[in-house]
Design a protein around this ligand. Sequence first.
Ligand code: AKG
Length: 272
Amino acid sequence: MLTADQLEQFEINGFLKGDVMLNDAEVERLREELDLVLDGKTKNKPVSARNLLDDKDYGMSMSKSETVVQVVNIWMASEAFYQHACHKQICEEIAQMSKTDTLRIWHDQIQYKPPITGGPTHWHQDHPLWPIIQPADLISAWVALDDAIIENGCMWMVPGSHKWGNHQKYLAADENFMPFHKQPDLLPAGVNTKAVPFEIKKGQVGYHHCLTWHGSPHNRSELKRRAIAVHYMPGYTKYVPSGNHPMSKHIHVNPGEILAGDGFPVVYGLQA
Ligand SMILES: O=C(O)CCC(=O)C(=O)O
């Protein structure tokens, strides 16, 4: 469980480093499962597996160019990743921060930046990229499957940015991959948009709010940078479509209804 001080830190910053949740054997198990999924060797498949940077389906084979391998909903392809999404302490802590009694998986995603050719994940806020769910109360648990450090492209965060609203279309990066707002007069007066590195140890969890500005630069190191992020929605989250999203095809409720169903399992709460 998180302490009152940790909860306050999350409330102020919009992100928080948590405990090491997975031991070496557990991380190794997930790495092996990831390999099986990327090699197309699992019976069930994820929702997508692609290079985020060329926007094509990845077809389960490794590209040689600059790459961020993104796998969405690996939990559907791998029982081990499903069990990971149900991790008791992580779910309890997300519920604490969300102040909710029920959590569902919105979706998960692997982001793997291979050595040398690992590309950037551009500055963004999560919720504006999810234009089919409301409200913007989701929290993600990002667990490192390799030490994520500055050298191999760890995430960077902008403290307090989760309180500034939707600025997605104005976010860009400067030449040092620091965040750059294209129309800063739209920001609340006096805010500081300086980013800080969010280094996470292998097996450790880092939490972030779905409006926090974040991004991760290239991986030019010899080290892999693999991670599993699970995006959790409070039980009251509704399907409110105003755009497209890869999860749309798994939705079988009507607009305005709670987003529930087989594609969005309850992982915390009375119904779990
Ligand atoms: O893994 C990364 O570098 C980015 C992940 C991310 O944007 C997220 O989990 O919301």
